[in-house]
Design a protein around this ligand. Sequence first.
Ligand code: HAM
Length: 420
Amino acid sequence: MIKAVTGTRDILPGDIPKWNFLESVVISNLSKFNYKEIRTPIFEETGLFARGIGESTDIVSKEMYTFLDRSGESLTLRPEMTAGVVRAFIEHSLDKKQNLNKLFYIAPMFRQERPQAGRFRQFHQFGAEAIGSNDPSLDAEMIIIAYDILVKLGLKNLQVKINSLGIPASREEYKIKLKSYMLPHFDKLSGESKKRFETNILRIFDSKEEQDQKLLIDAPLLIDHLDEESFAHFDKVKQALTLAGVPYLIDPKLVRGLDYYTNTTFEVVSQSVGSQSALCGGGRYDLLIKELGGANIPGVGFAAGIERILLACENEKSLMIGDEKIDLYIVTIEKGLENFAYKTATEFRRKNLITDLDYLSRSVKAQMREANRFNAAFVLFIGGDEFAKGELVLKNMRNGEQLIFGKDELNKICQIIKGV
Ligand code: HAM
């Protein structure tokens, strides 16, 4: 038997109401902040991600689904959206239409990571990108949007972590300081951190290895080496968060795994999901648009993992979604009336009622069981003595009340069901 590929999941009909609810909260929240949806292709030229996210990052060096197509072009299933959104922004000169573009997305992403709870190879993100302004209040806006959505989903064990990575010049100076601090301890670093020492020393802060964490306790911190402008920018982000009533924690070790960040970075973590605790992450990327061939235009954004958020909701039992209902189930009592039942069902569907009927020639009892399973508000009986007299019986399944209508009174039946 062929099974779903490791790290991918089917989202079955029983799970869909939660997904739909989450997506409706996401869309309504982002719309209130005046973000517009963007959809970009699932695969892009590999170079976009290599240049955008950074060759030395784990995503690009280890996790991408990269393949040659039949013409020999190297393509990659998107591991994240920011690079694709920026590519589309440049390609369609969106900055010519308006100075600030506030965009959002809900879409699948692909990373060949080791699967575990909350970590998949195909997963879904919702996220937002604001391209065209370096106003720190937009950095805060991203955090506020993400935080408000998670709170609307009923989540409680949340922590907002923020940091600033400053501008590349001060970061490069700081990296030299960090390197000279680390050099005497090089032999004690884990294998992975030894590699990171050479490729991107900041990422040593991401290490979960105890031996690395011990060495980092007294390491110099980037936040203490920010240039004045970055420092002032960070201050304004904090002020805006306080104005919006979003509690936050400054985490000087929050470096994030993508190379495009400048200044603000942030994550919202949950204590309800085990080791994969980051529900969302983001930050400012003022150099990315230029790096990808566009003008010198700043941007900021975030993305959140839908599977992880739903896992947190499940663990906190925060999403109470009622059972799905249908408006009407048509029970066919006698053989030979199937065509009438089918025609009637079609008419009710065209009158906007969620309607179903039997397709398996089942007994009346089995049809009633099906009506209950579907949580039908009403059942319409077709057949029996009433039908012979030209009548239809409508049963209200909530209170058991039965009403009689003429066969041609479908409008009247419809009004009763709709409660008008
Ligand atoms: P990221 O931190 O790589 O950032 O991913 C954002 C979120 O996606 C994570 O916090 C996590 O919830 C979810 N996620 C990541 N990998 C997986 C996985 N393998 N399985 C399940 N969920 C996962 C970005 O993707 C950036 N593009 C965010 C951004 C937008 N920065 C600026 N704009």
